[in-house]
Ligand binder design. Structure first.
Ligand code: 8DG
Ligand code: MN
Ligand code: MN
Length: 365
């Protein structure tokens, strides 16, 4: 044995974008636990712990084997005392008491239920919880609450849009979108993005990037698409958010900051096959997001909207700390080149300059 080469244990990167992550998760028992703890921390606005649990989950998803003893954790980044304690509990007892406590917690259960309604964020969910409500029926029966247009749609199509969207449904929506966009601009670019671009089997919505090869022509695309979907009678809800893009602005340093592209949050009616003899509606409401970036931002918009959230967060962190660059959904900036103070489009690095780097980033999981 002494003549063997020293074991070449590959070090695991602290950055999700430097870890090859497949759809195969060997550590789901742990990552499910972390997802619940992260969600609970989010509901309690504990940003630090929330991020720590999400990072730990992302790391475990990238491992090519299942964790079977605490020895397997040696040398791994992104795991603190808290997260290690959770893993050790699960290894020893098959579950973690902290997770069980969260699952039984009245506030967690209720906030989770309320935020599952399209258009309901944490603040609104808390307001309803403080009123003493525990069910969607109670909330809907309160005449004093003024619901937004989005929330009304959220309640109306609750059963459909809280059910997962499968790959076949995403593809069917993709076909409708593609065909409709072609009627408006035959050379338009329509790209499926989000979780389905990462190869996921199901998701909570379907995300699309749409643009035109000619700069500036994309500005009418989204409105015309919405018009046509409406005329086809399949648009159940839409909310167009106009572009707020200002080229003089610095890139957003915070991942959570929204990008400035024109976008649309929609609900589309998808026809479905009915099981014989069943009396039920012959369609399903599907949540769809459209983003319409100008073509010169397209590559960065695509990178940004592909996700996962943790991957995007780490990609920005990697760019900043390891490359002294700033990345957002619009561009990649080189901090060392003092481009930032200029207002011209020269601030933006051409995609060609960076695609060798981009190809090394693994975006799955
Ligand atoms: P899912 O729908 O299957 O649940 O997962 P997903 O496709 O990964 O999540 P998503 O919520 O649909 O968002 C897709 C990616 O887009 C995600 O990694 C974050 C990114 N993203 C932005 N800007 C915005 C934004 O303004 N809202 C949302 N929801 N996502 C955004 O870059
Ligand atoms: Mn999505
Ligand atoms: Mn989305």
């Amino acid at each position: 044995d002494q003549y063997l080469e020293p074991s070449t244990v590959e070090t695991v990167s602290q950055y999700a974008c430097q870890r090859r992550t497949t759809m195969e998760n060997h550590n789901q028992i742990f990552t499910d636990a972390f997802a619940i703890l992260a969600e609970n921390a989010e509901f309690n606005e504990s940003e630090g712990p929330c991020l720590a649990f999400m990072r730990a989950a992302s790391l475990l998803k990238s491992l090519p084997h299942a964790i079977s003893s605490s020895k397997d954790l040696e040398g791994l980044p992104c795991l603190g005392d808290q997260t290690k304690a959770v893993i050790e509990d699960i290894l020893e007892y098959g579950q973690c008491s902290k997770v069980q406590d969260v699952l039984c917690d009245d506030r967690y259960q209720t906030i989770k239920l309320f935020t599952s309604v399209f258009g309901v964020g944490l603040k609104t969910a808390e307001k309803w919880y403080r009123k003493g409500f525990h069910s969607l029926e109670e909330v809907q029966a309160d005449n004093a609450i003024h619901f937004t247009k989005m929330q009304k749609a959220g309640f109306l199509y609750y059963d459909d849009i809280s059910a997962a969207v499968c790959k076949a449904e995403a593809q069917a929506i993709g076909q409708i979108v593609e065909e409709t966009v072609r009627l408006i601009a035959p050379d338009a670019i329509v790209t499926l993005t989000g979780g389905f671009r990462r190869g996921k089997e199901c998701g909570h919505d379907v995300d699309f990037l749409i643009t035109t090869p000619e700069m500036g022509k994309e500005v009418w695309l989204l409105n015309r698409l919405i018009n046509r979907l409406q005329n086809q009678g399949i648009l159940l809800y839409y909310d167009i958010v106009e572009s707020t893009f200002d080229k003089t602005r610095l890139p957003c340093r915070k991942f959570e900051a929204m990008d400035h592209f024109q976008k649309c949050f929609a609900i589309i009616k998808l026809k479905k096959e009915l099981a014989a003899g069943r009396v039920q509606k012959d369609w399903k409401a599907i949540r769809v997001d459209f983003v319409a970036p100008p073509v010169d931002n397209f590559a960065f918009a695509l990178l940004g909207w592909t996700g996962s959230r943790q991957f995007e967060r780490d990609l920005r962190r990697f760019a900043r700390h390891e490359r002294k660059m700033l990345l957002d959904n619009h561009a990649l900036y080189d901090k060392t080149k003092k481009y930032l103070k200029k207002k011209t489009t020269n601030n933006y690095l051409a995609l060609n300059d960076v695609c060798s780097d981009l190809s090394e980033w693994h975006y799955k999981g």
